[in-house]
Each structure stands twice: as structure tokens, then as C-alpha cells.
Design a protein around this ligand. Structure first.
Ligand code: ADP
Ligand code: MG
Length: 584
């Protein structure tokens, strides 16, 4: 066999195929390396140079889900990582496709979700000399600051190591996004199949347990025991860790009330007697010792200070996190417990089982009565059955859906649609609520919905603001194509925050409004799915039940009063307003 130019790299890698030897190539080695490591699904948008990689992966038995835009494929991979603790794989073409996937990669890293963005790239020699190759871009350099680790593989014989490094980087320690750059030339490099097989690495113990130091546990127990008003905050790190039994035991055996962060809802059912979710403000403000379990004191927790947290100096924080540098990031952590959540919570439990007097009953009573008052105040708003719906009445119907179908996965994005759903819809099982996460990013909806259905096989209910949906709406075709059991409910209030803005000059539509009375349900019908238009909570409930019973891709256009929303939902304070606006 003559060695062709494309095999020069293989020669230098010492893996020249000889005549009659069984051969393999870069395409097959990438697939073999992923499969060897238990990765069964790729979220992808085909194109140069990775079209054949997707095709061959499908032929080799992998599930390859093709999207219409890389950002959605990337979001799917990211949430697959969150749900499974295995890195989700997103596969894209070079430069523009890579950049489209990069938003999802950065978002995954920010949220501590393990994913690997694999992008094809152009000829290194031409890119580095900036000679204008097809889709020329130094992708590795661009990805580096936006993810946890970035690697490039130049030789087919190194694919096994490259994939192994990417997997380890994604899932070990604090999980995150990893970029793997695979130049076009790599895929067609041919090497001896037996050499190729030997080059593959099955990653052993990719996310090793990290045991907390006994002294750190003792310190944390001391602080916890001295508390008069203790509180546990469960974050999405706790949900990710899949240490569900240990977390539940920690709450129940200590009797300490807890507040779940958004994606930690359902770790214990929101109806649990120790849930202080509905008394969140009081719990945060009046607690004296706070145990953070996989939750960061970032903007979502007001950085651990200010009005939210009561009197300055009134709080002592214990923090369990796998990332040592998270400690003291915003306020002093008096008892840092560094390790994986399963190991840390088990160790705390051991201590509590030996010696624990329980949580003070007056504190529990304060939170219980606050919670009941808040729930009672909310109840009538959830039961109105009038048209047009407002957010509360529509969410009241969806709250009942999830109560009746607790194993369904709820995907949620929007402004008011997000903030109010988070409070109103109770969750009953771990990792069933998937939302906009740390950045509050819009556009995760359809990517998350697809991956949730693919990875779990459970029905998915995606509750979407009309604006939020627009970022990934074209993926309704993907949902129909793969016949996924996804029911999308669009809260259609004709615009962003509200549908009532106007252009003061009278020339154009206001900047935050959309076409009035749009019928998003027709989009679904265009691809063979079920579309329904509803105007009352009863109709909404019936339509969602029908969708969930049938498992058919469904989009429900829920008509919401355009005047019902508030600016930026619950975070209006982050949205600066000019004090110099012209009088209209
Ligand atoms: P939330 O927004 O729900 O509060 P965050 O994303 O702010 O959650 O925090 C999650 C935290 O969990 C991160 O600091 C991350 O390092 C940590 N984490 C993720 N996985 C684990 C794990 N297996 N063990 C310990 N900590 C973890
Ligand atoms: Mg809206």
C-alpha cells in the first residue's frame, strides 16, 4: 500500500499501516473512544468536516440527534451532562458552527455542567499563517478562556488520549465544559486497526470521590451545633451529585429547615414539612448559621450579604463544595468543607447521628407559620379560571399537572414565566426542574427539552415565555422529527415582560413587543405535531394532560393577558432605567 499524503501524520505518529493490515481512521477512532467510555449520544449539527462522523456514529449504534442550530445542540449536551454525570457531547462544524456552540459551552462551564464541545476545524498550517482557509479560525485559542479545558488532537493515534483527557477534565472536581478541536485532516488519517485499538483509553474513575478532611467536618459540626436558627441551602451541585438519599437523611435527621435553589427543587419534595421554600425571605434573613450544599453565594443569593441576609454580622456560613477556591468568594466561610457532596454529607451525618440535639422548635415554628401564610395568600390567585389568563392562573393549572405527574421533567425559561413558575410549581423528585441556571440565560428551552426526553425517556413539559421560546423555537422540527414526548406551553403575552410597549414616535412597534395574538401552535402543526390554542386554565390543563397521555409532540399557545407581567420579572432591580426619559 502506498502511503498517501494524508497519512504523513500517521507516519510521524509511528503508526503506518502496512499492506493487508486491517485499517481504521480518525472517524472510527473518535467513535470508538467515545463508546469505550460509555458515551452513547451525540448532539450535533452536520456539515464540513464532521458530517461523516455523525453518520458513522449512527451506523455504529450511537444515538445521534441532529439539531437546527449548534447552540441548541450545545445546550442539549450540557443538560445531558447535568442529568447523567457523564459529559454530554456536542458536535459542530468549524468556525461559525463552533462559535454557535461556544455560548452553550461557556454556559455549561458557568453552571458546572460537564460537556464536551467537539468541533471540526480547518488546516492548522493555513490557519496559523492566516492564509484564508475555508472557515479559518484559531478555535482552540478562542475556546480556551470560555471553558474549563481545551485540547487539540493532530494525530489519529492520539485520539484515545485526547478523548480521555477531555472526559476527565469535564467531570472531575468541579464539572464544566471542555473543548476538543479536531482538524479536518485528522478524520481521514488511516492507521493500523490494532494500533488504533491499543491507543484507546477507558477512563478509570473519571470523577474520583474527594473525601473531606476530618478536621473540616468537626469544625462544621461545631458551628452547626451552636446554631439557634440553622438553615440548609441546597444548590444544583447537590442535585448534580446524585447523593439524594444522603441529602434527604441530612435534612430529616438533623431536622434543619432547608431552602432549595431553583434546580435543586425536588431533591426533597417541595411539600416536605422542613421545606422553607415558601418562607425563603424569612429563612435567609433570620437564620444564624447557613449550611450551603452545592450552592454558590453568587447574585442568586445576593452574594451572601445585604438586606436579604438581615443584620450585618448576623450570619455564619458553612459551605460544602468540591471547588476549594469557591470558599470566601463573597463573604467569609467559617467552616469550609471541601469534597464531593456525597462524601461530605455522609461525614456530617455520621457526626449528627452521634450527637445532635435537633433544631430549635421556635425557629421551625416561625418558618412553618410564615410558609403557611404565604401559601394561603397565593392560593386564590392560582384558582381563577378566567380568560385571558394571567401568569398565576395559568401556572396554577400546570402546578396540578406536575403534582399528578411528578416524574415529568419541567423545563422553564422566560422572565415572569420563569420567576413565577419557580415559586408556584412544586417539584417532587430530584433533577426534574431544568431552567436558565446561573446566567439566567434565555434560549436553553428546546435544547434542554430534547436532551431531557432523550436521556430519561420521561415526558417533558417545557414552560416558555414567548420571547424565551423564540431563541430555540426552530427545534420544534427536531422534536417532531425524533417524535419526542415533549409538550411545550408558550405563555403568550405578546412580548417581552409585557405586550403593551409602544414606540413614542409612532413609527415602529415598541422594542419589547411581538406580533399581537400570534399562534405559536401553528408552528408545531407545520411539522406534524399537535398544536392547541387555549385561553383558560381548564383548557390548558386538558391540553397538557392530552399531550402527556399521548406522548405526541405538542405545542400549546396559552393566551396570557399582555398587561399581566412585570419588567424583568423578579429581577427588575438589575435592569437600569433612565431617569431622563422624555415625557410622552
Ligand atoms: P445554585 O445556582 O443552584 O445555587 P450553583 O451552580 O451556584 O448552584 O453551585 C453549584 C456548586 O456545586 C458549585 O460551586 C460546584 O462547584 C458545586 N458542585 C458541583 N458538583 C459537585 C459535587 N459533586 N460535589 C460537591 N460540589 C459540587
Ligand atoms: Mg412574554
Amino acid at each position: 500500500m502506498t502511503v498517501q499524503a494524508q497519512n504523513i501524520d500517521a507516519i510521524t505518529a509511528g503508526a503506518v499501516p502496512h499492506e493487508e493490515a486491517e485499517l481504521t481512521d480518525g472517524f472510527h477512532l473518535v467513535i470508538d473512544a467515545l463508546k469505550l467510555n460509555g458515551i452513547e449520544t451525540i448532539y450535533n449539527v452536520p456539515g464540513i468536516p464532521i458530517t461523516d462522523l455523525g453518520r458513522l456514529a449512527q451506523a455504529e449504534g450511537m444515538r445521534v440527534i441532529s439539531f437546527r442550530h449548534e447552540q441548541n445542540a450545545g445546550n442539549a449536551a450540557a443538560i445531558a451532562g447535568f442529568l447523567t454525570k457523564k459529559p454530554g457531547i456536542c458536535l459542530t462544524v468549524s468556525a461559525p458552527g463552533f462559535l454557535n456552540g461556544l455560548t452553550a459551552l461557556a454556559n455549561a462551564t458557568t453552571n458546572c455542567f460537564p460537556m464536551i464541545l467537539i468541533s471540526g476545524s480547518s488546516e492548522r498550517e493555513i490557519v496559523d499563517l492566516q492564509q484564508g482557509d475555508y472557515e479559518e479560525m484559531d478555535q482552540l485559542a478562542i475556546a480556551k478562556p470560555l471553558c474549563k479545558a481545551a485540547f487539540r488532537v493532530l494525530h489519529a493515534a492520539d485520539i484515545g488520549i485526547g478523548v480521555a483527557r477531555a472526559i476527565r477534565a469535564a467531570v472531575s472536581g468541579r464539572p464544566g465544559g471542555v473543548y476538543l478541536d479536531l482538524p479536518a485532516k485528522l478524520f481521514s488519517q488511516v492507521i493500523d486497526a490494532s494500533v488504533g485499538a491499543k491507543s484507546l483509553v477507558k477512563v478509570i474513575d473519571a470523577a474520583p470521590a474527594q473525601l473531606p478532611a476530618p478536621a473540616a467536618i468537626a469544625r462544621a459540626l461545631d458551628v452547626l451545633k451552636s446554631a439557634e436558627r440553622p438553615l440548609i441551602i441546597l444548590g444544583k451541585g447537590a442535585a448534580y451529585a446524585q447523593a439524594d438519599e444522603a441529602v434527604r437523611a441530612l435534612v430529616e435527621e438533623s431536622g434543619i429547615p432547608y431552602v432549595p435553589m431553583s434546580m435543586a427543587k425536588g431533591l426533597l419534595p417541595d411539600t416536605h414539612p422542613l421545606s422553607a421554600g415558601a418562607a425563603r425571605s424569612t429563612a435567609l434573613k433570620d437564620s444564624d448559621v447557613v449550611l450551603l450544599v452545592g450552592a454558590r453565594l453568587n447574585w442568586l443569593l445576593s452574594h451572601g450579604k445585604g438586606k436579604t441576609w438581615g443584620e450585618p454580622g448576623s450570619k455564619r456560613f458553612i459551605q460544602i463544595d468540591i471547588e476549594p477556591r469557591e470558599m470566601d468568594s463573597n463573604v467569609e466561610i467559617v467552616a469550609p468543607v471541601v469534597g464531593d457532596i456525597g462524601s461530605c454529607v455522609e461525614a456530617l451525618l455520621d457526626g449528627i447521628r452521634k450527637d445532635w440535639k435537633g433544631a430549635p422548635s421556635n425557629w421551625l415554628e416561625t418558618l412553618r407559620s410564615k410558609r403557611e401564610a404565604n401559601i394561603a395568600k397565593m392560593a386564590p390567585k392560582l384558582m381563577k379560571n378566567t380568560a385571558p389568563m394571567d401568569f398565576h392562573s395559568a401556572l396554577g393549572a400546570l402546578r396540578t399537572v406536575i403534582k399528578e405527574r411528578p416524574d415529568a421533567i419541567l423545563v422553564n425559561e422566560g422572565a415572569n414565566t420563569l420567576d413565577l413558575a419557580r415559586g408556584i410549581i412544586d417539584m417532587y423528585q430530584p433533577r426534574k426542574r431544568l431552567d436558565v441556571g446561573t446566567w439566567g440565560v434565555m434560549g436553553i428551552g428546546m435544547g434542554f427539552a430534547v436532551a431531557a426526553a432523550v436521556e430519561t425517556g420521561k415526558p417533558v413539559l417545557a414552560v416558555e415565555g414567548d420571547s424565551a421560546f423564540g431563541f430555540s423555537g426552530m427545534e420544534v422540527e427536531t422534536i417532531c422529527r425524533y417524535e419526542l414526548p415533549v409538550c411545550i406551553v408558550i405563555f403568550n403575552n405578546n412580548g417581552i415582560y409585557r405586550g403593551t410597549d409602544i414606540d413614542p414616535t409612532g413609527r415602529d412597534p415598541g422594542t419589547t413587543v411581538f406580533v399581537k395574538d400570534s399562534r405559536y401552535d401553528k408552528m408545531m402543526e407545520a411539522f406534524g405535531g399537535v398544536g392547541v390554542n387555549v385561553t383558560t386554565p381548564d383548557e390548558l390543563k386538558r391540553a397538557v394532560d392530552a399531550a402527556m397521555d399521548s406522548g405526541k409532540p405538542t405545542l400549546i399557545n396559552a393566551v396570557i393577558d399582555p398587561a399581566a407581567g412585570s419588567e424583568s420579572g423578579n429581577i427588575g432591580s438589575l435592569n437600569p432605567q433612565s431617569t431622563l426619559k422624555k415625557k410622552q
